[in-house]
Write a protein that binds this ligand. Structure first.
Ligand code: SAM
Length: 279
């Protein structure tokens, strides 16, 4: 794209935004990645092959998009901001493998996109909806094989922390049923324009061959985890007793869980066994 502004040059990005008459929208999490190494790292983490169909949520000005388009069979982008959407259409005109959906990603039927063949996601997610999107995607029936995402570092900690650690909780468990989550790289605020107040991180989510719990037991599993974590400092035996579950200690014993354990110490596999026994 010889005549287009370089999206890794702060000066050129500022010039482009001025030309578009646009000020980065905080509510939409518009912190544009301007570090070429990080952008390349996200693409490498997604492991994009020529036969892959990729979804990007929140393409913004297209810094990541322009790296994915030459590598993938197809790229579908969902962008909520009409100014960004209009610019993207002019930056990637008439490309056979590029599709733009101008919408709020939360209003898009993501499972329909995945069932139509999208098998990877690469994105610098809007932080306000990142956790919700990760869970919604994980819960899709045709969930993608691999996702490389930039998210807030604090959310990344919750995504990857094992049972027993202070960040372990609902996000890590619900996504962990379907994905192996790893933190790939921490990102300094200075890699963005404008810089956010917090650190970020690139995470990799690789689909598990077999989810930790069956499709029919998942709704009960989710409800159980959510209500137990709303009382995370209490003992699991006490929580279940208050829910009217009987005989608590027998069921817990069968799931390999002690009455006195706290929700934050129970691994996904033991939550799954407990949900199976209760279902
Ligand atoms: N991908 C670009 C980059 O890396 O520089 C921009 C990433 S910026 C963190 C997030 C982008 O998501 C913005 O372009 C914003 O307009 C868009 N966005 C925010 N909320 C959205 C939503 N609910 N659905 C779709 N796009 C959204």
């Amino acid at each position: 794209m010889p005549n287009e502004p370089r999206l890794t040059s702060p000066r050129e990005v500022c010039g482009l935004l001025a030309q578009l008459g646009h000020r980065p929208n905080k509510g939409l999490g518009q912190n544009f990645l301007i570090d070429a190494n990080i952008l390349d790292r996200i693409v490498a983490t997604a492991g994009i092959e020529p036969e892959d169909s990729v979804l990007e949520i929140g393409p913004g000005l297209g810094a990541l998009t322009e790296r994915i388009v030459p590598k993938a069979k197809s790229v579908t982008c969902i962008e909520k901001d009409p100014v960004m959407a209009k610019y993207l259409k002019s930056r990637f005109p008439g490309l056979g493998n590029f599709t733009l959906i101008e919408s709020d990603a939360l209003d898009v039927d993501l499972d329909a996109l995945f069932s139509a063949g999208i098998n990877k996601v690469a994105a610098n997610l809007p932080y306000s909806v990142a956790s919700r999107l990760m869970v919604e995607i994980a819960e899709c029936e045709h969930r993608p094989a691999r996702m490389a995402l930039t998210i807030q570092k604090e959310v990344a900690d919750r995504l990857v922390s094992p049972a027993g650690s202070k960040h372990y909780g609902i996000l890590g468990i619900l996504t962990g049923v379907f994905y192996e989550n790893t933190l790939v790289k921490k990102i300094s605020p200075t890699c963005f324009l404008p810089p956010p107040k917090v650190w970020s991180a690139v995470v990799l989510m690789t689909r598990r061959e077999v989810p930790a719990i069956g499709k029919s037991e998942y709704p009960l599993f989710k409800q159980l985890v959510k209500s137990c974590f709303s009382q995370r400092r209490k003992q699991i035996g006490t929580i279940l007793k208050r829910m009217g579950i009987e005989p608590v200690d027998l069921i817990l014993g069968d799931a390999g869980i002690e009455h006195s354990e706290r929700p934050e110490c129970i691994e996904i596999e033991r939550w799954a066994r407990l949900a199976e026994l209760l279902s």
